[in-house]
Design a protein around this ligand. Structure first.
Ligand code: FMN
Length: 195
């Protein structure tokens, strides 16, 4: 699949067939994550492949309700998480990315006023992985509205690591609608910031 086509046509998929996804495809997706760029090549990420339905159910329990002005609704990915065969959970070691270099690793001091870059590094790996899945004919949806502490406990993630996000991987069972994007004219200016 051509890169620009993959970037443009990837969609968040929230309905999946129960078809199995073989290990070779999951490995190809993880490989795409492994090659993402990261702060000073820190690669602070760790990926957990969840296939066990009982563990997957525990991860699904971490989904947060979404508060609308008049009511609360389930996270729109809730059904997907209970049917999809595989989840990839993306963790990152904190206190490693964005640090000033020093002997044996970072000095403990951050280079920039943004502090720890672990979310950014993990996101780059995630984007590689969801695009790779799409190129293999598989669907994904990135999950942000969840209680990370619950997932960390369910999967035994040690202190010093955070669960950044997770995403199901499965055979799509829907033609997802295309959420519109802002036009370039709305988001790009020349040479300096302009309204
Ligand atoms: C950081 C992040 C968090 C997200 N969290 C959720 C989520 O909790 N539940 C969900 O159904 N979709 C979630 N999404 C998917 C977005 O809703 C989706 O990417 C956006 O609406 C654009 O649609 P598209 O991915 O089909 O282009 C998340 C996406 C990102 C990047």
């Amino acid at each position: 699949m051509e890169l620009f086509e993959a970037i443009k046509n990837r969609r968040s998929i929230r309905r999946y067939k129960s078809d199995a996804v073989d290990d070779k495809k999951i490995e190809a997706i993880l490989e795409a994550g492994r090659w993402a760029p990261s702060w000073s090549n820190t690669q602070c990420w760790r990926f957990i492949v969840v296939r066990d339905p009982a563990i997957r159910a525990k991860v699904a329990e971490s989904l947060m309700k979404i508060k609308l002005p008049d009511r609360e609704i389930d996270n729109p990915a809730t059904k997907a998480l209970n049917t999809v065969p595989v989840l990839i959970v993306v963790c990152a070691e904190t206190g490693k990315s964005g640090l000033k270099p020093g002997p044996g690793g970072g000095t403990g001091e951050y280079v920039t006023d943004k502090g720890d870059w672990f979310m950014f590094d993990a996101a780059l790996a995630v984007q590689n992985m969801v695009l790779a899945a799409h190129a293999l004919g598989l669907g994904t949806v990135i999950i942000g509205a969840f209680d990370a502490k619950k997932v960390e406990q369910a999967l035994g993630v040690p202190k010093g690591y955070r669960v950044v996000t997770f995403f199901p991987v499965g055979v799509p069972d829907q033609e997802a609608k295309v959420p519109p994007r802002k036009e370039l004219a709305e988001i790009v200016t020349k040479d300096e910031w302009r309204k």
